[in-house]
Design a protein around this ligand. Structure first.
Ligand SMILES: Cc1cc2nc3c(=O)[nH]c(=O)nc-3n(C[C@H](O)[C@H](O)[C@H](O)COP(=O)(O)OP(=O)(O)OC[C@H]3O[C@@H](n4cnc5c(N)ncnc54)[C@H](O)[C@@H]3O)c2cc1C
Length: 408
């Protein structure tokens, strides 16, 4: 930690900018710098689990998969998480990484305390009771407020989730979206463009017994269909775009209904080996059916060929100034394109729909918004920038991306 603080002070003397990076899983240049790059490799490990406070404190560069496995070994779990667990804890919280939840929010919403090295090289700790103004904002700090060195998360005794995956017509999902959301702790669905088909996933806490996906079924559905065959289908679609709608119809019917019960990270996360680019926006949850219908209409009439499903998730309103769910019950709509496929036309059309609904872009995924737009859709935007002015008046942690989204 002293070494890190020293690096920041030295960079200041040399007039260099500083940026911490995680595992580089962001699709934007949010972690890029032309100055000093702080890598996470030596900032890893579990510092301790406080059983009575029900918290775990972890070094900021620890990968989520290491945290999840360590917690499970000790009989604990995070309440909610995203689709993968390759990211570092600091990288994941800094961009507002989230899964889906009716009552439980993003990974940052589960943070109880933070430790960071600020621009003057001092170490600052914060929580709801200690430096609460810093705590409020720094949970999703975009790397703009300092180098996070440790994170304390709320944890729960390990529990089981039963997952029900089930294909369902898009029109039914949209018509019943409010009920599907209200009746399930974690509801999400994937819509396959060029079809009226979705695959839905409902995760709910269960008394067990544990009934994991069988090894063969897991290999067939998760590795063979969702990664192996999906990669080949995408390659064919990229080479011959006219085949995409037919492939989408087949792909959307390939996955069958299944139910399994397991510990949380084995239900929430899965390997994603097919490479893609992504844009994701949070819109008011009530606007979701309309947004999806507009997106479908655009795909249907535009001649676009989209081989990747659109993912829809939700989050309850939270109190983090730069959270995409700040003060607003939210639905997330994520559009993807297979790597190497031109994506601008599709993402531009999708972004036009999202922004018409006051959408807030994921900080780590592709978007074209700037500070002027963002200050209009984040009611507490100025609270964040005022804190940045105080903690980093010389913009030690600035980069081009932050200049665009936060202003200079
Ligand atoms: C295959 C894939 C699946 C994904 N799934 C999801 C998902 O389900 N849900 C979701 O919301 N997102 C998802 N994402 C996006 C991803 O979670 C975020 O982009 C996340 O920020 C990446 O974490 P990272 O460790 O790679 O951080 P990086 O991308 O390296 O950095 C992200 C930001 O964190 C900052 N940062 C990193 N470490 C520190 C530190 N110590 N102190 C201060 N700032 C720091 C960086 O400066 C930068 O601003 C996915 C991305 C991929 C590629």
């Amino acid at each position: 930690m002293e070494e890190l603080a020293d690096q920041v002070r030295r960079a200041a003397q040399d007039g260099l900018r500083v940026k911490a990076v995680g595992t580089g899983h962001s699709f934007t240049s949010i972690a890029a710098t032309d100055g000093v790059l702080i890598r996470p490799d030596l900032l890893t490990g579990i510092r301790g689990i406080d059983r009575s406070a029900m918290t775990v404190t972890v070094a900021a560069g620890t990968p989520l998969k290491v945290l999840n496995a360590a917690l499970a070994r000790e009989g604990w779990s995070l309440a909610n998480m995203g689709d993968i667990m390759e990211q570092t804890v600091s990288g994941a919280i800094s961009t507002g990484t989230h899964g889906t939840g009716r009552d439980s929010g993003s990974i940052a919403a589960q943070v109880k305390g933070l430790e960071l090295v600020t621009a003057d090289g001092s170490v600052l700790t914060c929580s709801a009771t200690e430096n609460p103004d810093v705590f409020a904002a720094a949970r999703i700090g975009l790397g703009a407020l300092g180098i996070v060195t440790a994170v304390t998360f709320a944890v729960e005794p390990l529990f089981l989730l039963t997952a029900r995956e089930e294909p369902m017509p898009l029109e039914r999902v949209l018509a019943e979206f409010d009920e599907l959301w209200a009746e399930n702790e974690h509801f999400e669905f994937y819509w396959f463009p060029h079809t009226g088909n979705t695959n839905t996933k409902r995760n709910n806490r269960s008394a067990g017994p544990r009934n994991p996906v069988g090894r063969w079924a897991g290999f067939f559905e998760d590795e063979f269909l969702s990664n192996g065959v999906f990669e080949v289908a995408n390659r064919v679609g990229r080479a011959v775009p006219a085949t995409v709608p037919a492939i989408a119809r087949i792909a959307s019917r390939a996955l069958s209904a299944r139910t399994y019960t397991d510990i949380p990270y084995k239900v929430f996360t899965s390997p994603r080996r097919v490479r893609f680019v992504e844009m994701e926006y949070a819109v008011p949850r009530a606007a979701l059916p309309e947004v999806l219908r507009e997106l479908k209409a655009v795909v249907d009439r535009s001649g676009l060929r989209v081989s990747f499903p659109v993912e829809v998730r939700t989050a309850p309103a939270d109190d983090i100034p730069l959270s995409t769910a700040c003060g607003r019950d939210s639905a997330y709509v994520a559009v993807h394109m297979f790597r190497g496929t031109p994506y601008h036309r599709y993402f531009t059309a999708a972004e036009r729909i999202f922004t018409a609904h006051e959408g807030r872009p994921h900080w780590g995924k592709i978007h074209t918004r700037d500070a002027e737009y963002l200050s209009g859709v984040y009611p507490r935007f100025e609270e964040f920038t005022a804190l940045r002015d105080r903690l980093d008046p010389e913009r030690r942690f600035q980069n081009d991306y932050l200049r665009r989204v936060l202003g200079s």
